[in-house]
Design a protein around this ligand. Structure first.
Ligand code: F6P
Length: 546
């Protein structure tokens, strides 16, 4: 079957499926949960509350086959240059590869280099934690400030917060990303330069925000009395660009290497994750790698009809391309994992926010969903109104750890009951008839009932996928992140787009450099459009106010 044919079959299937309410699918099949849920270790993925039946799933799998998913998955894992526009492999899986087999990238086994950086990270973390590595005045390091942005920040920030329960006492990790001066200044105002270590993370070591913040961090140290010669005790770097690191003044022996076959948003498994390792220790960091590796194997070795990243990706395609959904919500019932949706935003939207195919033709179908979300139960009191009663279809993933050793069992049970009840409410809804009966039982008048009832109806029929696991551990977090990475790749295959480049971020960077020159100057002749000229003049005038 070719792709066009598979696509047409799914279009007809959508016409049929949209006639059936989700609750009717459950009423008709007592085994629906068993048929449409999968387990990976302790992670339960329940996708039964979606607009699918066995036929739909088969048709989606046919589409995947018609798009050459098996071949493309093999190309990814064989280090072929799946990043076609940058002519590179996307081999982040090598960073968490745990077997003794070689991993060849561009004719070279990369595992010796990968392992040697892991050893370097382990030695460094041990030195910092034990106090062998000290600041220039001989004090133990108590604060680590990670400076990076995008893929050089979001994964670390999210994992450090998610794994707070594993944090090593006596050391605090701060992540600074924004060039907004407040981010660095407010972070530094409470910490002591003598006990502070900066980790500057940038694949390119040219990113404006990171380099500007790194320069200011250095000035802060110098202003505190630290000499130029002693600054080495307070700076390390993570990059692919040794020369730029040396030019910045960081000794390359204090640099942790990674490689151009690791994309920024897929790089937290490399030394980019050094802040994570400094927070939770290298053994826990390696457990996270192990969890991701197990998910790699699941993706690589499991039949597509039981393959979790494949199923999740196909459900996304189903809603985006056949139901017209433009967004995908991710609700995490865990305060510690509340940065997870932000991390996913870059992973999904920088990877899939493309409108041309690999060979440069314009696509005539939707690609990346707007990916967004927050923690539950907070989101229930913020945007759930729209998911329940708004006009758009918003497919949502619900994630939760069943256990949490912080706080009380009562709080945790309330959290999980909300998680489960919301997916039930979104699926079932509440009919007009039920609402009218309830209002009548409340003693409302017929007039009041007909006035109020339409507002109190829940149409239900809203799709959700529940991802419930035992508790947040480094390994589970690693597996979940890798699951979403592979889901993203599968969608890129279906859409025939490059998941590993990001040309769309370049123009803004280029224009910002030009505007920066003009903001600081007094050149009256500005040659932008009227709006841009007006904004530059207004910002100049505001900056001059005392
Ligand atoms: O702005 C986009 C981007 O290139 C991301 O893809 C990347 O994660 C981020 O900037 C940071 O880049 P670098 O690690 O080179 O500083």
């Amino acid at each position: 079957m070719n792709k066009e044919h598979a696509w047409k079959i799914l279009e007809s299937q959508q016409v049929r499926m949209k006639q059936i309410h989700l609750s009717d699918l459950f009423a008709a099949d007592s085994q629906r949960f068993e048929s449409f849920s999968l387990k990976f270790k302790d992670i339960l993925v329940d996708f039964s509350k979606n607009h699918i039946n066995k036929e739909t799933l088969q048709q989606l799998l046919d589409l995947a086959r018609a798009c050459g998913l098996k071949e493309e998955r093999d190309r990814l894992f064989s280090s072929e240059h799946v990043n076609s526009t940058e002519d590179r492999a996307a081999m982040h899986m090598a960073l968490r590869h745990r077997s003794s087999k070689p991993v060849m990238v561009d004719g070279k086994d990369v595992m010796p280099d990968v392992r040697s950086v892991l050893v370097q990270m382990a030695e460094f973390c041990h030195a910092v934690h034990s106090g062998d590595w000290r600041g220039s005045t001989g004090k133990k390091i108590e604060n680590v400030v990670s400076i990076g942005i995008g893929g050089s920040d979001l994964g670390s920030d999210m994992a450090i917060k998610s794994l707070q329960a594993y944090a090593i006492p006596g050391i605090k990790i701060h992540c600074v990303s924004n060039v907004d001066p407040s981010h660095l200044a407010r972070t530094l105002c409470d910490i002591d330069p003598e006990t502070t270590l900066f980790v500057i993370i940038s694949k390119t070591f040219t990113t404006l925000e990171t380099m500007t913040n790194a320069r200011h961090a250095r000035l802060w140290l110098l202003d505190s009395g630290c000499s130029e010669a002693s600054i080495v005790h307070h700076f390390v770097a993570v990059s692919t660009n040794t020369q730029a690191v040396a030019d910045f003044g960081i000794d390359p022996k204090n640099m942790f290497q990674f490689w151009d076959w690791v994309g920024g948003r897929y790089s937290m498994w490399s030394a980019v994750g050094l802040p994570i390792a400094l927070s939770i220790g290298m053994p826990c960091f390696e457990e996270m790698l192990e969890g991701a590796y197990e998910m790699d194997r699941h993706f690589l070795e499991t039949d597509f009809n039981k393959n979790i990243p494949v199923i999740l990706a196909l459900l996304g395609v189903w809603y985006i391309n056949f139901w017209g959904a433009t967004t995908h919500a991710v609700i995490v019932y865990s305060q510690q994992m509340s940065q997870f949706p932000t991390f996913l935003q870059q992973l999904v939207m920088e990877s899939l926010g493309k409108s041309v195919t690999h060979d440069g033709r314009a696509v005539d179908y939707l690609t990346s969903p707007v990916t967004w979300g927050n923690s539950g139960t907070n989101s229930q009191h913020a945007f759930f109104q729209m998911i329940h009663q708004g006009t758009q279809m918003i497919p949502a993933d619900f994630l939760a750890p069943a256990r949490n050793s912080d706080g009380t069992t009562e709080q945790q049970q309330q959290l999980i009951s909300n998680f489960i009840a919301q997916t039930e409410a979104l699926m079932k809804g509440k009919s007009l008839q039920t609402v009218e009966q309830e209002l009548a039982m409340d003693g409302q008048s017929p007039g009041k009932i007909s006035q109020l009832a339409p507002h109190k109806v829940f149409p239900g029929n809203k799709p959700t996928t529940s991802i419930l696991f035992e508790k947040i551990t480094p390994a589970t977090l690693g597996s979940i992140i890798a699951m979403y990475e592979h889901k993203t790749y599968v969608q890129s295959v279906i859409w025939n787009i490059n998941a590993f480049d990001q040309w769309g971020v370049e123009l803004g960077k280029h224009l910002a450099a030009k505007v920066l020159d003009e903001l600081g100057g007094d050149n009256a002749l500005l040659t932008h459009d009227g709006s841009t000229n007006g904004l530059i003049r207004y910002a100049r005038a505001m900056a001059e106010k005392t």
